[in-house]
Design a protein around this ligand. Structure first.
Ligand SMILES: Cc1ncc(COP(=O)(O)O)c(C=O)c1O
Length: 401
């Protein structure tokens, strides 16, 4: 790779739509939990491309499977059978208890599918319901439906009007939820841990209120597991940890290890109301994406990754609480498994470049939160290196350096 960073950045700034304010670094190669920039400098990756590079970078098994699949058959569309989609769906069913899957290419598309399927369920029953209950602090994606149940006004306002019939409830307020859900509610949508909202887990009491409201009114439950699901917390899905039994669940991010794939998981009760032609995707669940998902799911279950994440979760928690005790800029530590948020006493924006200077990749969310979503394969030794560098960055920001 010989292109210098200036050339790459100036070409982008002329021709790529400027919807992201990028950090001034260009990664060209990765290996495990390490990334390398145009100058060959090594960085410890505690973000994994926002929770996507679940197996780390350039994972040999994933790379081989993708290359083999490319040499065999990449795509045929959903007009035909292929041998891999059923295998991925079967594995997801075993892990989630939701027996059917619809495949798409991203998290937002998975949310769109869940919202459509929820309305279709009520329409098929002959008692149409259009209302969705969504939580303050939620993030479900940027397409019109997903954006309609995403709470941040900054994302929503320029694109109004969005879907009508969305009612907002403060997260972790069981009484407000119970008061809002009625026999007009098609579905309640929630992330078990609000990721973009600052790594905020739902409380068991709130989870119980979701179950109660659904049982009382028939409202479907949509668990958005795009960020906190598929092993990130050390459990296959966080809704099980919360004791929630969803009717629908949206998946994305970690599932393809970097190859785009999303899925909506669906209960039999809801699936039986969906007809041929109700929804679709040209690419969704193609051979390449499914081959990648199979490598990831095998690593998660047979490869012991779930147990590894659970162990690493305890390690991160201990290390992060000790770090917070040493660094008063850290007000609170929240998370589970390998999804963590450090709530700072101030805006976290300055931490990201300070961390990059010290060769560790993290991100800021919800303004005051430093978010960690490392590859699920991270070891204790590498976590110590990464957290050591992050602590240096936090101390420098606190000192105003
Ligand atoms: C919980 C949750 N839902 C949905 C999305 C949207 O996924 P995508 O960016 O793949 O469309 C995200 C992305 O951050 C997410 O964290």
């Amino acid at each position: 790779m010989t292109m210098v960073m200036d050339e790459i950045q100036s070409r982008e700034s002329r021709h790529v739509l400027q919807t992201y304010r990028r950090q001034p670094v260009t990664f060209v190669r990765g290996e495990g939990v390490r990334l390398y920039d145009t100058e060959g400098q090594e960085y410890l990756d505690l973000l994994s491309g926002i929770g996507v590079a679940s197996l780390g970078h350039a994972h040999p098994g994933l790379a081989k499977a993708i290359a083999d699949q490319a040499k065999t058959l990449l795509h045929t569309s959903n007009l035909f059978f292929h041998p891999l989609q059923g295998q991925v769906a079967e594995r997801l069913a075993t892990l989630s208890g939701l027996p059917r899957a619809f495949f798409c290419n991203s998290g937002a598309e998975a949310v769109e599918a869940c919202l459509k399927f929820a309305r279709r369920y009520w329409y098929t029953r002959g008692e149409p319901r259009s209302e969705f209950i969504a939580l303050e602090g939620s993030f479900h994606g940027r397409t019109f439906g997903a954006l309609s149940v995403t709470s941040d006004e900054h994302y929503r306002a320029p694109f109004a009007p969005l879907l009508a019939d969305v009612r907002w409830v403060p997260a972790n307020d069981p009484a407000a939820l119970l008061a809002a859900v009625s026999d007009q509610t098609a579905a309640i949508i929630a992330e078990g841990i609000q990721g973009e909202g600052g790594v905020r887990p739902l409380t068991p009491a709130f989870a119980a209120a979701i179950t109660e409201a659904s049982a009382r009114t028939g409202a479907l439950i949509v668990a958005d597991e795009i960020q906190c699901g598929l092993g990130r917390t050390g459990q296959p899905f966080y809704f099980a940890t919360l004791g929630i039994k969803p009717h629908l669940s949206s998946l994305g991010k970690a599932m393809g290890g970097g190859v785009p794939i999303g899925a909506a998981l669906i209960s039999e009760e809801v699936a039986s109301t969906i007809a041929f032609g109700d929804h679709g995707s040209t690419y969704g669940g193609n051979l390449l994406a499914c081959r990648a998902a199979l490598v990831f799911l095998e690593a998660l279950v047979e490869g012991g990754l779930l147990a590894h994440v659970a162990r690493m979760g305890r390690f991160f928690e201990e290390r992060l609480r000790a770090l917070a005790a040493r660094q008063p800029i850290v007000k609170e530590v929240r998370g589970a498994g390998l999804i963590w948020g450090l709530e700072l006493t101030r805006d976290a924006a300055a931490v990201v470049p300070a961390a990059l200077e010290r060769r560790v990749v993290v991100n800021r969310t919800a303004e005051t939160v430093v978010r960690l979503l490392p590859p699920l394969v991270i070891t204790e030794a590498d976590a110590d290196i990464g957290l050591g560098r992050l602590e240096g960055a936090l101390a420098a920001v606190a000192a105003g350096a």
